[in-house]
Design a protein around this ligand. Sequence first.
Ligand code: DGL
Length: 267
Amino acid sequence: MVCGYGGDVLRQAVVEGAVGVFDSGVGGISVLQELVRELPHEDFVFFGDSAHNPYGEKDPKEVLALSCDIVDRLVRDGCKAVVIACNTATSAAARQLRAKYSHMPIVGVEPALKPAVLAYPHGRILVMATPLTVRLDKFQTLLHEWGGESQIVTVPCDGLAARIERGNLDDPDMIGLLQRLVGSYAGSVDAVVLGCTHYPFVREQIRAVLGDVSFFDSAAGTARQLRRRLDQEGLLARREGPGNVRFASSCDSPKELELYHTFFGLA
Ligand code: DGL
């Protein structure tokens, strides 16, 4: 595992031909776990921009600039494809990144509203996401397309990604924060869409607050989409053995390194 923001450190982490994966911090590791499961022969380089977390409470222009800087580095250092493992960055930057790097797969994520609506066509569905994700057009369009007969309740979760970023997910303050954010819906929703890649790490804590609900996130769908795109472009790894997974972070400290490792180990 490699940790640090300097161009050199990220460059050291990137293996020629790897898939670059990034998020505003540890959240994207929930997507990375699925990517490795779906594509075990690929090399992955994960970059967490923890120094600039949370993206979801920033101006979209700032998220665009941060995302472009990261992808420029990943591509320059030899990545063959990029996964934007962040709903907020996908909403703020995917279009521009795909236009700039039209020759390579740039795969984004979006809240898994469609599968939730298909599973609960007349149900009450809570969508938890960052304030910026719910504000931007991409989510509003999704809502328009897939709202259907379901009753969708959108909850912008201020402070939740930043809290998850600090680890110690079982501390009582986490339940306190979730109570404030979604406690009023306890016992009254069928399904929860985890519309931020940080949130799958507190699935059980959310269940403790809301009661028995079904969860939907986009990690597995994103992994399948990456497989499809690599296949289309003839870019799938040809080796028999497992690939490498390397980490880099904009927070250059051993504690951060340990935290990334811990999150990657969480099933
Ligand atoms: N994990 C990110 C997402 O999926 C954003 C968290 C944040 O930085 O606010 O939206």
